[in-house]
Write a protein that binds this ligand. Sequence first.
Ligand code: ADP
Ligand code: MG
Length: 707
Amino acid sequence: MSKETGRTLKGGEPKQLPIYPHKNKLVQAVRHNPFLIVTGETGSGKTTQLPQYLYQAGYCKDGKVGVTQPRRVAAITVAQRVAQEMKCTLGREVGYQVRFDDCTSQDTVVKYMTDGCLLREVLADPSLSQYSVVILDEVHERSLNTDILLGLLKNVFCNSAGATKGRSFPLKVVVMSATLETDKLSAFFNDCPVFEIPGRVFPVTCTFGSAVGPKDVESSFYVKEVVKVALDVHTSEQAGDILVFLTGQSEIEHACDLLFDKAENIDYRYDVLDRTVEGILILPLYGSMPTDQQRQIFQPPPPGIRKCVVATNIAATSLTINGIKYIVDSGFVKQLNHNSRVGMDVLEVVPISKSEAQQRAGRAGRTSAGKCFRIYTKEFWEKCMPEYTVPEIQRTSLTAVILTLKCLGVHDVIRFPYLDCPEERFILEALKQLYQFDAIDRRGKVTKLGELMVEFPLHPGLTRALLKAASLGCEDLLLPVAAMLSVENIFFRPGHPDKQKEAAKKHRALAATTGSMNDFATLLSVFNSCKSSDRPSAWCKENWIHWRALKSAFSVETQLREILLRLQQRRDFPVETFDGNKSELFRRCLCAGYFTNVARRSVGKVFCTMDGHGSMVHIHPSSSLFEQEAEVNWVIFHDVLVTSKMFIRTACPIRYEWVKDLLPKLHEVDVYELSSVARQEVTEDEMVKWESREAAKRQQEGSAEDA
Ligand code: ADP
Ligand code: MG
């Protein structure tokens, strides 16, 4: 029996949710259709209830009910909630699986997971034989992995024998979405039926601000403004909870700090309009938050206290918080975008789309009329915000998913059934990168190395570096680094300026112990120092390191090591030798994966990338190279952050000789090869079109360089 048994449920009562009256009809609809689309307002009960209805209807007798989420927090919190509703221990009948965190068991029949996890399962078991129903949730978010799953599931069914191949019973597919784009989805799945859950929404009045205009992308500015508006709402509006939309963990932590500080000075006898309001409870909510803290988000606040949740976009549709009456919208979102200036994916803060802004505002009108305070001007709305959010598949690197598709036997990655096609050049760029990593050969076939690479849930470059290290017998250098780069930022940055200085000093000291100005080495050193410490959590506190993040890094490292050990059993696992010192060995392994991210000193403190884009980049102040870069001429880096300038983060100095032989690979791949890699058959016509397009591109680039 579970610990949860007997506890009363807090939050939405399942029988009062809009989905409840439709229970039987929904189960019938699933029974009679191989594909079904279910739509309904956020909070109607789709995610938490439908899997339970299917469970009760016996769908878990033959297999599991699997539900995908684009966000890991959503998968975890929803599974917790459903376990509680079904009165079972999390990880037994109801479980979740997200990258590097598997909370399922033999008994698990209702499984929440990220879309990335299901994609990996398809690799191991293409017919998904363990599942009786697969529910793709939050499809309107149009995450890359969900889009790929849509295509794969369509393929399975359209391929006449596919639906039953390798299975003893037919698979059911349910696609769930907020009320957008249902016609398009239905058409995609051979005009399958759409089940609409009617919901009631209350009006939300929106007001624009006067502060943030088209040029204010600086976080310091919009964070302050959001805090100011939230405090205004707190003091001048009637009781009701506030939901603030911000961009990411650090902005949210910063805003919460400021709110705490300012809220302390409120005199509730005089300063607030609604005298029933006697305090404020400030709660952050972002992707990598500890789960015990997340629980509080859903609890009603104590009497007289106003809850103020400061969240990322996760609160827009993935999680429903009851009791929200006011929205404060920053107008920005942190998004992974393919940046053509640097030729790679970068995390950028960009204006949200108008449809996203409406979605955010809607969160205030679930149970009664609400208000939405936009901190940006009407001009910002008109000039800077696009109508709709571009699907991820059309704006991020496709390298990892193309490798997955190829490993699944989908060779023609251009004519794959995409709900929205990515631009061909993005596909070609992915193929080019895979070719550069030796993951595919000149004919587009997956190589042995590619087969190894696909096993790791990491960025292909990082995987390549790790495999290089493993082949040289020094995986102990790279495994911790790969783990540290897969968890949230481990360096704690306090909100208070004095403390910030203190933390920065400690962090610099940590970097100095490696004696190498190498940020990757710092990560390795922090990992090892903490691991060998008697009191790791105290060690972290002393050094301003997030203990929780480091704990997950330990677990991730173990899991990566398990994958590697399994692969090393293969007889054809590559073996290489190297004689040189350890620091060089370490950096050479990094070069194997990061040679696409090489930059050379240009003038002063500015570096120039070598990938053919020739972008000017700056060393990020958090890097150990920031102050000493004068001695360094060549660097590789893990990622790029775009704010006022382009900053490279997690960098290390290298020697030109180490990448000299690799760099030509960045330019040599030619169009004939790539297009034949992309399709199996290329017509003459297509070839000619290609050629002229490429020639035009080269010419353009040439003239840009001349200028
Ligand atoms: P939908 O998927 O249609 O947006 P959900 O099934 O996510 O709706 O949510 C239904 C209801 O369950 C909402 O009222 C929400 O507040 C509540 N709920 C969901 N998760 C939790 C949780 N972890 N704790 C408390 N209430 C929750
Ligand atoms: Mg949902």
